[in-house]
Design a protein around this ligand. Structure first.
Ligand code: ZN
Length: 493
């Protein structure tokens, strides 16, 4: 039993995820400043995003379109009229002392995203998708942890302040039991794929353009009474989402087991140790004094605009997977295996280049995945194209290459980057099935292993395999194994 299963014997976990996505617009949410990542600190600012007196925001239409498209892809209702709101709080990386966000009037509401976990479909309901602006970034200098505590001084970079940020909030997801950590990870994985397909963000978790707050609570098994939740902030990898949920389940179970109570608070996840530690306590929650943003007109997307955006949505990941599964004749299990190995597109392209789907799948899931693992790279990074794999499959099908020779050909392409036919010609990878050419090698193999030959003569036909193997080795895999087998048996039986 795993630690998580041990917990779910006594408690039902409920998870919830809030995901922040930096949109990939060229300019910021309310001004014309560039959004390029990695520029010199404070070189991409202006009076609007610095909140200087007298400056006025203007909403970025591309950001609004992207948000509506995200909402449509998540099956949300799109508001026909809504407003931005001021969220008032003081923080050094927020130059205006308030953030323009959306509060009780989000742009998109009531959607869902289905994820596959352990062969089951789990529907994650989306409560809201709203648009806001990102904050700047503080850098704490000195001290060991990079946190403000123990630092000598702090620096602030406002390049990120005002970049359009979409927040996607799920409803609480109950009933996942021991799969809760996997459901959390699968949801963020699927959401990232969806956002990438929409082309609205570069979704780079390691650069912070996609980041996740993970809510976890436990309730006594079967009670139906939801427990107090913790909120782990800014988890920035798929694996960390899973680990943070797992850790919180174990931590909260230990608190409840000892008769304590879980405190509602924000927590930080530590990548190096896999644990969460407390941050702000929500019991002394800030009053953000929200009110409608007076410097912006209401947002009222008309039905025709929304309809055009809906019509322009690309094929979404779930639909695409279903189509490819049908085209490739692949089962759910096979599609999962291909997705986990990152070879769905490669198999589809190899099949499109003429290889039978089953052959394409065998190559990419088998030999080529092994090669990628051994080299520590993704299968897509291997120096062989789907068209080249399809060519190898064709040479096997027409009898030019045996399976062993085909592997040698693939090996040659990976090593040299040369084309399949060039590798085959250069290395002399030709299947030898000519009886005269093979006879001498068969005689040598029999002479070298007289005891094996005796067994075959005595009726143990299976022993002939050792002699066939010796001939294959002597001919560097080029002999036609069936012809060799026939020759061996004709001599000894
Ligand atoms: Zn600006």
């Amino acid at each position: 039993m795993t630690a998580v299963e041990e917990v779910t014997g006594r408690y039902d976990p409920v998870i919830g995820l809030e995901t922040h996505v930096e949109l990939g617009t060229a300019s910021k949410m309310f001004c014309g400043c560039s959004t390029t990542f990695g520029a010199e600190p404070n070189t991409q600012t202006c009076p609007v995003c610095l909140g200087l007196p007298g400056s006025l925001p203007v909403a970025n239409v591309m950001a609004i379109e992207s948000t509506i498209r995200i909402g449509l892809a998540l099956h949300c209702d799109i508001a026909s009229w809504c407003r931005f709101a001021r969220k008032n709080y003081f923080y050094p990386d927020m130059p205006k002392d308030f953030q323009i966000s959306q509060y009780d009037e989000p742009l998109c509401t009531d959607g869902h995203l289905d994820v596959q976990v352990d062969g089951k479909t789990v529907r994650v309901e989306i409560e809201r998708v709203h648009l806001e602006e990102d904050t700047g970034k503080s850098l704490h200098v000195g001290g060991a942890t990079g946190r403000i505590h123990g630092a000598d001084h702090s620096l602030v970079d406002y390049n990120r302040a005002g970049i359009p940020l979409v927040e996607i909030v799920t409803r609480p997801v109950p009933g996942t039991g021991a799969l809760a950590p996997d459901v959390g990870r699968a949801y963020v994985t699927e959401l990232r794929e969806l956002l990438r397909t929409l082309g609205v963000s570069d979704v780079r978790m390691e650069q912070g353009s996609l980041r996740c707050d993970v809510n976890v609570s436990l309730s006594p098994a079967g009670s139906g009474v939801w427990g107090t939740r913790s909120e782990t902030k800014n988890v920035n990898s798929l694996r960390s989402v899973e680990r943070a949920i797992r850790f919180e389940m174990g931590r909260q179970a230990a608190v409840l087991d000892s008769g304590g109570r879980v405190v509602q608070e924000t927590r930080h996840f530590h990548e190096d140790t896999g644990v969460t530690t407390p941050g702000r306590s929500k019991e002394e929650a800030t009053d953000y004094r929200y009110f409608p943003e007076p410097d912006l007109v209401p947002l009222a997307p008309d039905a025709g605009w929304v309809q055009r955006l809906r019509a322009g949505l690309p094929e979404l990941p779930a639909a695409r997977r279903a189509r490819l599964a049908a085209e490739l004749g692949a089962s759910d299990f096979e599609m999962d295996s291909m997705a986990n190995a990152g070879v769905v597109d490669l198999v589809a392209e190899t099949a499109a280049a003429g290889a039978p789907a089953a052959e394409a799948r065998n190559w990419w899931l088998g030999y080529l995945s092994q090669k990628a693992n051994a080299a520590g790279v993704e299968a897509a990074e291997l120096a062989i194209t789907p068209a080249q794999v399809a060519r190898v499959v064709a040479l096997v099908a027409d009898g030019t290459l045996s399976t062993g020779l085909a592997r040698q050909a693939v090996e040659g392409v990976l090593e040299t980057g040369a084309d399949v036919d060039a590798v085959v010609a250069e290395r002399g990878l030709v299947r030898v099935s000519d009886v005269d050419a093979l006879s001498a090698a068969v005689d040598e193999a029999i002479a070298a292993q007289p005891d094996v030959a005796e067994k075959v003569r005595g009726g143990k036909v299976a022993a002939a395999g050792a002699l066939v193997g010796a001939v294959m080795k002597a001919t560097r895999g080029q002999a036609d194994a069936e012809v060799v087998r026939g020759l061996v048996l004709s001599r000894l039986t």
